[in-house]
Design a protein around this ligand. Structure first.
Ligand SMILES: Nc1nc2c(c(=O)[nH]1)N[C@H]1C(S)=C(S)[C@@H](COP(=O)(O)O)O[C@H]1N2
Ligand SMILES: [Mo]
Length: 521
């Protein structure tokens, strides 16, 4: 019981510290919240194979799992600190100081950190130590022996007196301990909830986007109106996949935001958001894909983007020397490198400020992001963009290239079966097998489906929205009772068939043929 009480002291000290730090961070810099700062550092330090395993195992829940693990780890160490507090208060205090110190260091070492990012962890340290010492005293009284360092009878060199309440009546002392513990717990929950509310209440400023000078053609009617279960031709923004290293979505103040163009250029310059959006705008339908997408996976989305042609910005700056890399930097210091030859080959690479007719959402990179048709997101789709630097691969490396991912990563041709769903049971008779296929910047030429060990059969393609966009397809099928295996493959407009060899996403994207097993009854 006594041990439990002291362990609880440690856990509550940690909870109080974490909550206080979280609340302060919500006002200063949300990503500097102690647990989040440690979590982000763990993400950056995790070796690539472990990261791949986490993404494959937990999918988009990987962040929740990571945060949970950091939290549980911290609480276990805090419980140890609590147990230490029973006999060796300085060690216990030392452990709390060490943990919060690590959080502070993590916050300060984030790429775009400022000195004040240490404040939430300092607050956590102070709160944690105070709670540990005070609750430790109450726990000691409840036990009947004052904790070391408290000015009790032993510290005064006396034997406990008979009328010492903490000795003779442990019951009220226990009640006081429980009261104190409950008080700390309630205040912590309030502080943490306050922090969450405050962070969530910050909304991006509403912007009126200018009209494009070079608009996209109206999007044709997609197959979703006729083939039930197929992905819509345009992915609604709220259904669009999200992939980034951020535990906290950056909240960018658009009035203070700038886009800087520098590096190996003749005329470096900086634009405000108003200046950037006053430049001629293009509007394009482009399908984005994440390199972590497994065959048949969902890290893909198709949207209408509004933005400034990247070459307009680069031409304005002028090239000096022979750069081969466009290094883009996000507001949090995250970097992406894009081959300059790709950026300049005539494709519609752009700094996007609009998505599906609205300003970018916070999760998709408000106020501006890079979009490079044909390349996986990690080499061409920098969100929360703030700087474009012309440089060389010899001189600079970006976040993922430092972690051994490919430097040039064109999206691999692939097809996905949306309907029927894997392992589903469907009634016999006429059904449609349908889905999407993509070969960005080369274009989808044909899509074929194979039922069991039959021949590859050509499917009917949906509307053509250009070579940078995905293509819906379907095949009417007279489904006979039994277990069936459906496979799909795409061929690009140059006649190259999707690679059937299985490959995992690392280092340049997955390949292989999706197979879906269904039961027909
Ligand atoms: N700042 C920043 N931009 C980023 C990333 C990131 O981690 N940070 N991830 C990239 C990756 S891997 C992909 S696939 C796309 C995903 O964009 P989305 O979340 O809008 O779908 O963003 C890219 N841009
Ligand atoms: Mo990605």
């Amino acid at each position: 019981m006594t041990r439990l009480r002291f362990a609880l002291c440690g856990v509550l000290a940690a909870v109080a510290g974490i909550a206080a730090g979280h609340l302060l961070a919500a006002f200063l810099s949300p990503a500097a919240s102690p647990v989040l700062a440690i979590g982000s550092t763990v993400i950056d330090l995790t070796p690539t194979p472990v990261k791949e395993w986490a993404i494959a195992t937990f999918g988009t829940a990987d962040k929740v799992v990571l945060q949970g693990s950091v939290l549980v780890g911290t609480l276990v160490l805090a419980a140890v600190a609590g147990l230490l507090a029973r006999r060796r208060t300085p060690f216990a205090v030392g452990l709390i100081v060490l943990l919060t110190g690590l959080a502070g260091a993590a916050a300060l070492l984030r790429p775009a950190a400022s000195p004040r990012d240490a404040l939430p962890s300092v607050t956590a340290m102070v709160c944690g130590v105070v709670v540990l010492v005070l609750l430790g005293r109450l726990a000691a009284r409840a036990e009947g022996t004052p904790a070391e360092g408290t000015p009790g009878p032993r510290a005064a060199g006396m034997r406990p007196r008979a009328d010492d309440t903490s000795r003779t009546s442990p019951r009220p002392a226990r009640r006081r301990f429980l009261g104190g513990a409950a008080g700390v717990a309630v205040l912590s929950v309030l502080a943490a909830a306050g922090g969450q509310l405050r962070a969530g209440a910050q909304k991006a400023k509403q912007i009126v986007l200018p009209k494009p000078k070079d608009p996209a053609r109206p999007l044709p009617q997609g197959l979703e109106s006729t083939v039930k279960g197929i992905s819509p031709l345009r992915t609604p923004t709220e259904k669009f996949y999200r992939v980034d290293t951020n535990l906290v979505v950056p909240q960018v103040d658009v009035d203070g935001w700038t886009l800087q163009v520098d590096g190996m250029v003749e005329r470096p310059f900086t634009l405000t958001f108003a200046e950037l959006s006053a430049l001629p705008l293009i509007e394009r339908d482009i399908t984005m894909t994440c390199v972590s997408n497994e065959v048949g996976g969902g890290y893909i989305g198709a949207a209408r983007w509004l933005g400034i042609r990247l070459t307009d910005l680069l031409d304005r700056a002028g090239v000096k020397g022979s750069p081969d890399q466009l290094l883009s930097t996000a507001v949090d210091g995250f970097t992406i490198s894009t081959p300059l030859s790709v950026v300049r080959d005539g494709r519609d690479a752009m700094v996007a400020i609009g998505m599906n007719g609205a300003q970018l959402s916070d999760t998709h990179g408000f106020p501006a992001r890079l979009i490079t048709p044909g390349l996986y997101g990690f080499v061409g789709a920098t969100k929360w963009l703030t700087k474009l630097t012309l440089t060389t691969y010899a001189a600079d490396q970006a976040y993922w290239t430092k972690r051994q991912w490919a430097t040039d990563a064109p999206i691999r041709t692939s097809a996905r079966i949306d309907t029927p769903a894997p392992l589903s049971t469907i009634p016999a008779g006429q059904v449609a097998i349908g889905g999407v296929a993509w070969a960005q910047h080369r274009g989808v030429g044909k899509v074929e489906v194979k039922v069991d060990d039959g021949p590859w059969q050509a499917t009917k393609l949906g509307p053509d929205v250009g070579i940078d966009y995905w293509r819906q397809w379907f095949l009417p099928w007279d489904a006979q009772p039994g277990l069936h295996r459906l496979s799909v493959r795409a061929t690009d407009l140059q006649g190259r068939v999707q690679d059937a060899r299985r490959a995992t996403p690392f280092p340049s994207g997955s390949s292989g043929i999706q197979e879906v097993v269904v039961t027909v009854t």
